[in-house]
Design a binder for this molecule. Sequence first.
Ligand code: LMR
Length: 362
Amino acid sequence: MKKLKALTICSPNDGQPTMLWRITPMKLVKLLCAAAAVGCLMASPMALAQDQIVIKFSHVVAPDTPKGKGAEKFKELAEQRTGGKVKVEVYPNSQLYKDKEELEALQLGAVQMLAPSLAKFGPLGAKEFEVFDLPYIFPNKDVLRRVTEGPIGKQLFQKLESKGIIGLAYWDNGFKIMSANKPLVKPEDMKGLKMRIQSSKVLDAQMRALGSLPQVMAFSEVYQALQTGVVDGTENPPSNMYTQKMHEVQKHATLTDHGYLGYAVIVNKKFWDGLPTDVRTALEGAMKDATAYANDIAQNENDVSMAQMKASGKTQFHEQTKEERAAWVKALQPVHKDAESRVGKDLIQQIYKEAEAAGFKM
Ligand code: LMR
């Protein structure tokens, strides 16, 4: 089907034209139908189904992951605490929409809630979120937490409001490992490999710094692309690698922990602002507790996935020596400088300061 060049649509939130990505007529029809179906709900959340408010929460990973379980926890708490006034429908595994489509769908009001990875906000025009993709920028999760729960996290969420989106919470997954069909011991081993990445330009720069050829691809397509050799390798935390069965089609992986993968839970602003105050307050509480839960289980989910993959014997996992890690850190250091023009030098410096305040030398 021929692609339309680009489509300008008035945002349901502020009436301002919003440039959407290249979109096929078929996809457009799908989105508009879904948007129409929820249109009256958007206008008045209490108007339908005897006042029941439906929140469609779409995401791209398996239910059995930190994000999948976090979404289910939010559903449980939200329904319980609103006494059934709210129904949360969770759609995992790209069942409704793939990566880029789900952001379009949120802006159109076809779904109300998402939790895209922080690497996927660039196409929305919120490229500062790609700071989270900088290799080795977070020495550990405590530093990350200082960032997400402090003024930087709030500052980043404010950037979404003009796009008709409200940021509710940051959810963890974990640190990424690098996989391929050959051993990846030295940074040079990455040379010439076609590596699947998320849409982040910082990740693009990261792979290029290693001499690899980055290829942006929707998460739902990665397994098949690895299986058929369309790409040679990828990066993801163990929980995603295992639940998508990527370990069945990757012979080697190195426990690089070179970059962080987390999520922003976001909602359509018009929908959220239109909720009755008591309902919104209950949902905010449910989100707070679902966030604590998701962040609490993330490490263990990843550890269990890693153990399962090791037990399967399908992928050989390499643990880096100190020297090997130092060589990767050195090879990837220039990415920080390269990213200044994209995510902002100040923002990078602010994160260094948080790391230094926690006792790390950046
Ligand atoms: C990916 O696309 O690799 C991941 O970000 C998917 C996800 O949401 O964890």
